[in-house]
Design a protein around this ligand. Sequence first.
Ligand code: ATP
Length: 877
Amino acid sequence: MTSGEDAAWHNLAPEDALRRATAQPEGLTGAEAARRLAAQGPNRLPEARTRGPLLRFLAHFHNVLIYVLLGSAAVTAALQHWVDTGVILAVVLANAAIGFIQEGKAEAAMAAIRQMLAPRAAVLRDGRRVSVDGADLVPGDIVLLEAGDKVPADLRVIEARGLAAQEAILTGESVPVEKSVEPVPADAALGDRRSMLWSGTLVTQGTARGVVVATGAGTEIGRIGGLLAEVEQLTTPLVAQMDHFARWLSFVILLVSGLLLLYGYFVGHQAFADLFMAVVGLAVAAIPEGLPAVMTITLAIGVQAMAQRHAIVRRLPAIEAIGSVSVICTDKTGTLTRNEMVVTGAETPAGAFEIGGEGYAPKGTVAASDDLSRLALAAALCNDAALHRKEGHWTVEGDPMEGALLAFAGKVGGDHAARRLDAIPFDSRHRFMAVLTDGPVGRLVHVKGAPERVLRMCGGIDYKHWHDRADAMARRGLRVLALAERGEAGERIDVSALEGRLTFLGLLGLIDPPRPEAIAAVAECRAAGIRVKMITGDHAGTAAAIAAQIGLEHTNRALTGADLDKLDEAQLALEVASVDVFARTSPEHKLRLVTALQANGLTVAMTGDGVNDAPALKRADAGIAMGLKGSEAAKQAADLVLADDNFASIAAAVREGRTVYDNLKKVISWTLPTNAGEAMVIALALLAGLALPVTAVQILWVNLITAITLGLALAFEPTEAGTMARPPRSRSAPILTGELVWHVVMVALLFLAAVFGVFSYAIDRGYSLPLARTMAMNTLVVLEIFHLFFIRNIHGTSLTWDAAKGTKVVWTVVIVITAAQFAVTYLPPLQALLGTEPVPPADGLLIIAVGAAFFAIIEIEKQIRLGLRARGKMATG
Ligand code: ATP
């Protein structure tokens, strides 16, 4: 298709566009759509080109440690130390292979999660509105869009109401462009083609129908190769920080190693070949080469764990933020409540009625009256939902509240068939919906909405009386709607002509019970030192009543949007601390609330679903969009998407976020002291001119075998008990705390003492040097295993049955590493390679006893430290 032909779409009249796309206003048939899909291919942008497997494998050779090793291999080869060269090259290959496999797994996990966010599109097929996978759209499909939707393909607009779209990804212009069906000149620039909607842009307001004119790579965005930037790096601030630290550390280690080489050669007069291998062993032992990779795996596992708990991570850094939140601002309807509504009461000028019946079944016993019938007609017509009966069970398609109104109308009964002429959709800013229909009693406008708003539009009633009635219903936790009507002659609804002229029909009260799991989750958050605040568009009375049922802290006072408008930023920052319920708010208030909470030094999670919630979601430390009822605009602005819209999933995400952070910390706390301990053993021997207690080749081996076993095990650690009983960590808290540095130093010194101790014991007993070294190497591995068990419970005690039981992963790696150590100690071919000798069983037990003693020392030290900290807290608290 040439661009000249393309240019014609925006210039065509809507009917001509439909004809050219061989489409009908009622949509394609399913069969035709399938045929076109087969011919045209899926509506997908070409994948961002990723590197092939070979290149990705080779990339793992690009790292300081590998360079050191390759250089060493060259030197040992020049010295004709072939065994050393062989072992070093094997280590190089194994390192790259491990990195490659780990990275592949992490990336596959991320890709699977990205798939969960694939957008869907509402289209007409066989004359019915259906929701299809965005990739299944074909040219000629009729797509239905509303504010907040992402445009799924290039469309010619054939129907528009108050339509505007934000096209920054195509044009760079962030101000939304108004759209209409009117043809525009053929030579109009892309940004001026107002009769078109472009794939990947966002509908910011209004509703539209459009016919698909281009899909996949044929769209404007496909042509400029857009959206490729969406490919994410597997990193977070913490991982990036550690990556940086590891690089810096490697540099220092190389420098120190170089100095030691010079010192040993010129001052210690040691033989170059042995000295060189020892220094290589030192560098390999000290460089935390596996750290960034293991941290990445830890993140990927955390992302998967969150997805299993229905929290889908869109931006990885959010995983750290969600783990540190100190306040969660949440919507009410559907998040804290079930969003399964039932009309339980009605009040009309003729009296109050109780409405019985459960669920959405439009049947029940209602003593019908004329008043109630008019109310029911309004409820049925001013409505976009539909009720379906599936296997004897009634379900709603559309807004559950409107479903409840249909059920209510069905219970009252009567003829509710009518032809809709015009509608003003509900908007959380004006809080009402209006519909003009031609029906059984002629042409009528029906309005439903928040009582304050609808009552203002009515004439000839006692406002005070009805406001009081609405408040009384709300205080019982009911969601209250007011309904009104007016005879109309025209074809369109003119809102300004309605003000003060509607006839009030009555109030409806709906229950929307709290989710039991949300009540438990709120309690869990409070125990975890996290404040929960409700921000809702609902009435203050309803909001406060539900907040009390859910267990929020301060429910005696609610601030409304109008109250918020009267406060300046400083006053607001003061007030937010002591108020937990915000009612009748608009999306703009959410942004102010996030800012005010952040001004108090809090880390804020904020939920949202509408297109106007996007700024607040972006501003929050963790923006959370609703996966089910949320708009695409909200999802794009969010860091996290809740697959089930449930507050309990936020609490679960916080728990997983804390777990990931803990595990990252554990990985660091295990790796750094281990590396330092190993390195110090060699450095001390070199400096003192002693025989090496562990040879360079043995150090290479220990590093290799522990990196693929012990080093990785911590990435899979489950949530530690008490994780949600701790207060949130401060976001500015550094990961390399004084406590961690102390731990590194202490463990390194203990390693040193234990390895040298066992080594000298063996020499004293008259064992050969190779046997003494074999024992020292095994001591090193045993210490590392005990250290792992210690690290698993940094925050608690390791001396419980659960802690000893460990996890499957932990015991698998312990068994693997034990088997490997037995192999290198007792199998002759491996003995030849590593210069080992069989260790007598009694000495084997001694080594384990040394490990146990090491464990006891660090565990006692931890308990003293935790005890002191707890006491310090009691003194200050
Ligand atoms: P949350 O922000 O917790 O999801 P919400 O869903 O109650 O709150 P909105 O959807 O903004 O908030 O609704 C605010 C008010 O607008 C409701 O209390 C109700 O009175 C009115 N309302 C909601 N939906 C409709 C609708 N479809 N038609 C008419 N009025 C509505």
